[in-house]
Unconditional design. Structure first.
Length: 325
């Protein structure tokens, strides 16, 4: 069987979270399979940061790490959201970068893998460009944004932080050229919008557990109908499985676990880095990275309140009650 291919994008500022994401991927992967991990990075990424991720090869004997120098690709892209960076655009070039690969899984670096992802490579995606999980909260932002070009379909919008990509079909249909034609346009969610626009009608919707976005964790008490809002798109059992037994946790929000311990499911991230990451990497790279990225003030207090209500069971209780109504 051919190696299973996974892809991340990272610059120097994001190499530590990406290392943890890649480590959790291989730690939880089936041992009887072999894996290729590609890291798409700008040309100026440091050798020391490359070395951090490359230690995964020494720890596990069934993985090979590959770095792809992306140079100044997408340097002229029109990025709207301030925490969006150029490397997020790199995934749009995967059909040509991995020209000998028929299928891959792309993942963002702000994730923690909790289960074996290899079965997804057996999923039938014939006729689909990508398999992905719906992002149902994007609609409220998309409908308010002034798009100067084509607008994505907010009803069937997916999150691009986890993509099962049918690279063979993308090459056959010359999808990458259509991606590039939109790459300099003013779009709210950059490459995620591009993927949704170009792949519309050819998206296989995956179960929520494969991209358990932390924003689906409990009822948004500012929006009364939030419970039914979620269940319009996901079955109740699917929601609860993603909450209690996610295959991949995605910290897709401005504040990340390495910035604040009170982020929802941050305890999972900290438990992993303390118990699974080699001690020398944890001490030399991860702890300094965390200490230099912590948030303070109002943002920290807000996250603490959310964390406290969750720990007390209040928010989960409300969610369960409303699902039964």
């Amino acid at each position: 069987m051919n190696n299973l291919t996974f892809v991340f994008s990272a610059d120097d500022n994001y190499i530590v979270p990406t290392y943890i994401a890649a480590h959790s991927l291989i730690y939880n992967a089936a041992r009887d399979k072999r894996y290729d991990i590609y890291v798409l990075a700008p040309g100026d990424i440091s050798d020391s940061n490359k070395a951090v991720i490359s230690t995964i090869e020494k720890e596990f004997d069934n993985v090979k790490i590959h770095f792809v120098n992306m140079g100044d690709a997408f340097a002229t892209s029109n990025l709207v959201i301030k925490h969006t960076t150029i490397p997020t655009m790199y995934r749009l070039l995967l059909p040509s970068i991995l020209k000998d690969c028929d299928k891959c899984i792309y993942m963002d670096g702000d994730i923690l893998v909790k289960g074996d992802l290899s079965p997804l490579f057996e999923r039938d995606i014939d006729g689909y460009y990508v398999g992905a999980v719906r992002d149902i909260e994007a609609e409220q932002y998309i409908t308010r944004f002034n798009y100067t070009h084509e607008k994505p379909d907010s009803k069937d919008y997916v999150n691009a932080g986890f993509l099962l990509m049918n690279l063979e079909l993308m090459r056959r249909d010359n999808v990458e050229e259509r991606f590039l034609n939109l790459s300099d346009k003013r779009l709210l969610f950059a490459d995620q919008d591009i993927l949704n626009i170009v792949c519309r009608g050819k998206i296989l919707f995956l179960e929520l557990k494969y991209n358990a976005l932390v924003k689906y964790r409990f009822i948004n008490y500012k929006q009364r109908s939030y419970s039914s809002f979620i269940t319009d798109h996901f079955a109740v059992d699917e929601i609860l499985e993603a909450i209690d037994h996610p295959v991949m946790i995605h910290y897709a929000q401005p504040v990340k676990p390495w910035q604040c311990r009170y982020v929802y499911k941050a305890d999972e991230w900290y438990k992993y880095i303390k118990s699974r990451i080699p001690k020398d990497i944890y001490t030399e790279y991860i702890l300094p990275y965390i200490s230099s990225h912590l948030v303070t003030g109002k943002e920290k207090n807000k996250m603490f309140l959310h964390w406290l209500l969750y720990k007390l069971g209040v928010l989960q209780l409300i969610l369960n009650i409303q699902h039964k109504l």
